[in-house]
Design a protein around this ligand. Structure first.
Ligand code: NDP
Length: 289
């Protein structure tokens, strides 16, 4: 079997077109969605992510504000920037690019973001609401994966979903979103004994561990759907996932490539969250320009 490639670029583009139309409708009502991105320090990878997010938001018609701050900034100063953005009615989404320098308490910064503008879905209020099934901003990567599964016609209900990795931004929320869609969910992590015994049972296998080509075809059940979240460099410096694509695609019925799978969906869902926030603000008559 050679698995179908799940094209995150094409699906992401389809959703971005829908977002663009809704942004245009909002603009006709005098409301332009605004996304503020806070970048602290000079980390090159962070800068690339931020640039991509900015370009993508402008491409769908949103206003984009970049707040660049020095590596040496104090927590107090950073919180003051977040507070200013919380109060700014022309900003509907606030994203503080992680990781932050060591003098800053990341959790305190996340908690300082107005939950109504927390388009990354990291604020404990949004995480809590998500878990009990209330309307909330969903963490962009797992939200994007749900959309990939839905748009490729995957019936999630009753399937055994195995998640490898239990981070707060990918693994944990991923399992919750699939549980809400009636999957049976198993979490695996670095202390899991006999990982293959679990991965082999997965109808839907989601891998988010940050280890290049870690999961190989012989660890995957014939016909499984494989979602590879990893973004790593291989021995030749080439971008690759946490799954060994070549061997996995021989057993999977469908698989996401890296690049071109989950990555584009993450940014797309950030735009979708920002749009939702602006639509709500517009309805409530507080969409400043
Ligand atoms: P973290 O480092 O926060 O978490 C990694 C998780 O993987 C942990 O739960 C860890 O277990 C588990 N793990 C590590 N090694 C193993 C192992 N050998 N066997 C089983 N489990 C293991 O990573 P993130 O969740 O933030 O990111 C994971 C990957 O996804 C990275 O490559 C990252 O770059 C990528 N990523 C991609 C995104 C995209 O848009 N495409 C977005 C976000 C992340 P334990 O808890 O026991 O330590």
């Amino acid at each position: 079997m050679s698995g179908k490639i799940i094209d995150g670029v094409a699906i992401g583009q389809e959703i971005r077109e829908e977002i663009k139309e809704r942004v245009a409708t909002l603009q006709e009502k005098g409301c332009q969605p605004g996304l503020a991105v806070v970048l602290v320090g000079n980390d090159q990878a962070s800068r690339t992510y931020v640039t991509n997010k900015q370009k993508s938001s402008v491409a769908v018609g949103m206003k984009s504000e970049l707040i660049e701050l020095p590596e040496t900034i104090s927590q107090e100063e950073l919180l003051a920037h977040v507070e200013r953005l919380n109060q700014d009615d022309s900003i509907h989404g606030i994203l503080v690019q992680l990781p932050l320098p060591k003098q800053i308490d990341e959790n305190a910064v996340i908690r300082a973001i107005d939950p109504a503008k927390d388009v990354d879905g990291f604020h404990p209020e949004n995480v809590g609401k998500m878990i009990i099934g209330q309307r909330a901003f969903l963490s962009c990567t797992p939200y994007g994966i749900v959309k990939l599964l839905e748009r490729t016609g995957t019936d999630i209900s009753g399937k055994h979903a195995v998640i490898v990795g239990r981070s707060n931004i990918v693994g944990k929320p991923m399992g919750q979103l699939l549980l809400q869609r009636d999957a049976t969910v198993t979490y695996c992590h670095s202390r899991t004994k006999d990982l293959t015994a679990f991965t082999k049972q997965a109808d839907i296998l989601i891998v988010a561990i940050g280890q290049a080509k870690f999961i190989t075809g012989d660890q995957i059940k014939e016909g499984a759907i494989v979602i590879d979240v990893g973004m790593n460099r291989d021995e030749n410096g080439k971008l690759c996932g946490d799954v060994d694509f070549a061997s996995a695609k021989e057993v999977a019925s469908a698989i996401t490539p890296v690049p071109g799978g989950v990555g584009p969906m993450t940014i797309t869902m950030l735009l979708k969250n920002t749009l939702h926030s602006a639509e709500k603000a517009s309805k409530e008559g507080r969409c400043g320009q």
